[in-house]
Design a protein around this ligand. Structure first.
Ligand code: ADP
Ligand code: MG
Length: 290
């Protein structure tokens, strides 16, 4: 994947809403045998819903929800949008920082609030999650939910539970990838339970979960080291390095600028099927399939 300055639409491709960086990209599509799919916003809608807020003993769930919503209000991440949609009342938010693939940090009404992966809170901030919360987190994750730990003033105060669903076209798209001779791999920073649920629903058996943004790049490199030629489809800031390292990077046009800038092909339709169309069209251009 060599980034060049211009996105060019090629005839039929631009009609279908497929932007291809240059003619050399079409040739690359011939050799692809593996397709790595980001989960959130690529296979799933990325319109996550806040399902539950769970407070640690002695904490107030309303307060956990309010401070998490305020801390997340500066982030565009699907998780952040779900949590901040529940925001009520004005809060003074300062010093917002987003840590792609991990969580956010902000000062809300003078308190240092963190919202993110519990492993990040533990490893980066030395914050342990209390045992009843851990039990609740395990149960929600086994049920396929995404769980965010919320901490302030040095303690984990509660959990926000969010859920996502498949895009309507994802199951058919995975079937199309197989027909094109591609082996699908689901790649996500999310927990194993959420990844399994979506993988099973989409018909993908090879699932790599709890992968950091740097880890996503390494998964691409490992697959390449096994001799595979890899396409990657993604939408997030956290996918950009992997999209650039893949033999063919495909960005969802609804995704972030970082993903689009790193990709060889951008599909304007918010449907995984558009990525399958792009590959089929490119191969047909080269007369590989009719
Ligand atoms: P994906 O690979 O599914 O697109 P990300 O790499 O963006 O996921 O995020 C991986 C994990 O990092 C999330 O499941 C969540 O636990 C945590 N995370 C990322 N961004 C945020 C955020 N804005 N707020 C809370 N947690 C976050
Ligand atoms: Mg994503």
């Amino acid at each position: 994947a060599t980034p060049t300055a211009l996105l060019v639409g090629t005839g039929r491709g631009s009609q279908l809403g497929i932007l291809i960086r240059g003619p050399q990209v079409l040739e690359e599509t011939r050799r692809i045998d593996t397709i790595v799919l980001d989960k959130t916003g690529t296979v799933t809608t990325g319109h996550m819903t806040l399902l539950d807020v769970i407070a640690a003993p002695g904490e107030d769930a309303g307060e956990v929800g309010r401070l998490a919503a305020a801390a997340e209000s500066g982030s565009e991440h699907p998780i952040a949008r779900a949590i901040s949609a529940a925001a009520v009342g004005p809060h003074a938010v300062e010093s917002f920082q987003s840590h792609s693939g991990y969580g956010v940090q902000a000062i809300v009404d003078g308190r240092v609030v963190l919202a993110g992966r519990s492993s990040w809170l533990r490893e980066q901030w030395g914050l342990d999650t209390e045992s009843t919360l851990t039990t609740a987190q395990d149960a929600a994750e086994n049920d396929g939910k995404t769980v965010i730990a919320v901490a302030w003033d040095g303690n984990v105060r509660g959990l926000a539970v969010v859920g996502d669903v498949l895009k309507p076209g994802s199951v058919v798209a995975v079937t199309e990838f197989r027909k094109l001779g591609l082996r699908p791999v689901l790649l996500t920073g999310d927990n194993a339970g959420a990844a399994q649920l979506i993988g099973a629903a989409a018909g993908i058996a090879d699932i790599r979960s709890e992968v950091t943004p740097e880890g996503k790049l390494n998964v691409i490199r490992e697959l390449q080291a096994e001799g595979r030629t890899v396409a990657m489809v993604g939408d997030g800031v956290n996918d950009a390095a992997a999209l650039a390292a893949a033999d063919l990077g495909i960005a969802m046009g609804t995704g972030t600028d970082a993903a689009i800038a790193a990709a060889d092909i951008t599909v304007m339709r918010d449907d995984l099927g558009a990525a399958a169309d792009a590959l089929r069209l490119s191969r047909r251009t080269f007369g590989i399939i009719k």
